[in-house]
Structures are given as C-alpha cells and as structure tokens.
Ligand binder design. Structure first.
Ligand code: NAD
Length: 326
C-alpha cells in the first residue's frame, strides 16, 4: 500500500484529497493544526485502518514514522480574510513548512507536490495567464504575505529538485469551490451563498466588472492526482478557464438560490486582481486534463451542501484557533 502525507488535510481541498487517495487504495496521513481547517471534514475517515490524523503545526519540526511515497503540501491559510488576519503563520507555513516537508521527503525518498496558486501571478498584465508569466505582485502590499510565501515555496521546491534531485511537482491552483468551503471564509462564492441564505443583499466589491474563473473541486483533485503521477516537474495551472464577471456571478447566485435580495456595490480592496483566467494548455497536453463539471452543476451541488448545514453555521464569524499563540 502506497503511503501519502497530506498537510492541510482537514481543510477544504486537503480533505477532498484525503478522500481521493483513500478511494485509490492509499494509506493516508493527514497533518493539520486546524488553524483554518475543520476536523469534521475528515471525521468520516477516522474509522479506517489506512487513515491517520496528526494534529500538528507543519511549520514546526515534522516527523512521520515508516515509509512515505508522496507528500502533498496543502497546509496554508488560503482566503484573504484568513491570511490578512494571520500573516506571519501564512509566511511561516509557505517557508518553514515547505522546508520541513522537503527535508522529510529527502529522508523518506518521497515525491513532493506543492499547492501553489494563481495568486503568484498577482494582478496580471497578461491574460489568460500561462505558466511562463512571471507575475505582477506587490511584495509589501497586504496580499504579499500570501503571494510571496507561495512564490518562495515554488523557488525552494525547484531548488531541492535541481540541487538535491528530489522529485517535485508544482500545481498552480486557480479559484476552486465545492462542499466543505467555509461560509465565512471571505471568498466570493460562500460569501454570496451565505448572504442569500441569511436573506441579506449580496455584496459586490468594486463595480463587479472584475473577472474570476471557478473550478469545481472534483475537477481540481483529478488534475492534482494526474500531475502527481506524471513526470513533469515544472508548474502546471489547474483551473477552469470559463471566465465570468463578479456581477454576472452574483446574478447567477441570485437565480440559483431564488433570493429576493439584490447586489450592492462596495469599495474594492487594495491589490484585488481585476482579471483571473487560467491558460490550461499545459494541463491538457501533459496530463490530458480539462475540467468536466459545468458551473451550473458544481454550484447546484455546493448550494445543496451549504443549505444542509446547521443554521448556526450561517451566523458564525471567521475563526483562527491558534491566532493568539504565534
Ligand atoms: N481553494 C482555492 O481556491 C485555492 C486556490 C489556490 C491555492 N490554494 C491552496 O490550496 C491549499 C488548501 O487551501 P484550502 O482552500 O483548502 O484552504 P483551507 O484553509 O480550507 O485549508 C488549509 C488547511 O491547512 C491547515 N494549516 C494551515 N497552516 C497550517 C500549519 N502551519 N500546520 C498544519 N496545518 C496548517 C489549516 O488548518 C487548513 O485545514 C492552500 O495551500 C492554498 O494556498 C487553494
């Protein structure tokens, strides 16, 4: 049985990856300090003999007993509301955290895949963004803590590949959505659905003409799985190129939820990217991958998930359990 360590395993994407690797017959070790994750995302796996959970901070020394074939580094605050509140932890997990994972990978002879992001392109001047684009990031702007952590993470991963011959993979993830997102994490999709469910107006930042492209989580997981098993060590964009303005997206959510509320405009946050669309030519050519789930279908499943949550979840504020400790 192959053994995989998934850091950030109790988070939105990490928990879906745990499910996928369990389904593929792996022994899965999820490591998470629960700073933005939720144990409920993986509690359905706890009874399995081939699943383990380590409650641990990846930015501190990490050790896993026994062999490891793969390490997927997904631990990191991921939504602006999180990394603006916990900037130091964000920088640490993108630097010390990946350094620990790479060291462990060397000891175990494991292959490492890191979760990078479309945010490394910053506010892009090239559209759509191919992997060759170097990005337009403000290192000292509020979002710099996330973007630069992820850029450093790519750099150190590539250095371990080049200088130590470590097997590495880099996925640049574009906006992804699906069940187990948190309603209060500040990302536009749960924010809109949460507002609709609470009977509030839907808040659009700016004039709503900025674009995003949303990928359903099952499509993303398939792309990551294929990349891990491929022999390609350079970054690969995984995302859904179907682009939509935030205003149109808000209108789709109003239609989906049947809410009688309307869109209201607020000031655009600093450094908010105006356009975001993946160029997935490489993923198609190298991984024979492209998204399969339409936005209508993905949104329907996600809405059903949010509707099924207990009512108090609708009114919870964002939380960071270890916020004050670090
Ligand atoms: N969701 C997206 O659209 C998206 C887009 C681009 C990149 N990503 C990347 O994918 C990864 C997962 O994102 P997500 O959306 O699932 O976010 P998430 O917040 O749901 O999951 C992140 C998980 O990492 C854990 N974590 C954070 N710091 C940790 C630490 N020091 N030690 C151990 N665990 C720690 C959190 O508790 C959480 O469970 C992140 O690296 C993120 O940057 C996500």
């Amino acid at each position: 049985m192959k053994r995989v360590l998934i850091t950030g395993g109790a988070g939105f994407l990490g928990s879906h990856l745990c499910d996928r690797f369990i389904k593929e017959g792996y022994h899965v070790i999820a490591m998470d300090n629960l700073i933005t994750g939720d144990i409920r995302n993986i509690e359905h796996l706890f009874h399995l003999p081939n699943f383990e959970f380590y409650h641990h901070d990846v930015s501190k020394f990490i050790h896993v007993a026994g062999e490891l074939d793969y390490i997927l580094h997904f631990a990191s605050p991921a939504s602006p509301i999180d990394y603006l509140k916990i900037p130091i932890q964000t920088l640490k997990v993108g630097s010390l955290g990946i350094h620990n994972c790479l060291g462990l990978a060397r000891v175990k002879g494991a292959r490492v895949l890191i979760a990078s992001t479309s945010e490394i392109y910053g506010d892009p001047t090239v559209h759509p963004q191919p992997e060759e684009y170097w990005g337009n990031v403000n290192p000292i702007g509020p979002r710099g803590v996330y973007d630069e952590a992820k850029r450093f993470q790519e750099a150190i991963t590539m250095a371990y590949h080049t200088y130590h011959g470590l097997e590495t993979r880099i996925v640049r993830i574009f906006n992804t959505y699906g069940p187990r997102m948190r309603l209060n994490d500040g990302r536009v999709l749960p924010a809109f659905i949460g507002q609709a469910l609470r009977g509030e107006d839907l808040t659009v930042f700016g004039d709503g003409s900025q674009t995003r492209a949303f990928c359903y989580v099952d499509d993303l997981v398939e792309g990551i799985y294929r990349l891990l098993l491929s022999d390609y060590a350079y970054p690969v964009n995984i995302g859904n190129p179907s682009e939509i303005t935030i205003k149109e997206f808000g209108e789709e959510i109003i239609k989906l939820t049947g809410t009688t509320q309307k869109l209201v405009l607020k000031d655009l946050p600093v450094d908010d990217p105006k356009q975001r669309q993946p160029d997935i030519t490489k993923a198609k050519a190298i991984l024979d991958w492209e998204p399969k789930v339409s936005r209508a279908e993905g949104l329907r499943i996600t809405y059903e998930y949010f509707k099924s949550l207990p009512e108090e979840e609708l009114y919870k504020a964002a939380y960071h359990r270890e916020f004050l400790k670090n």
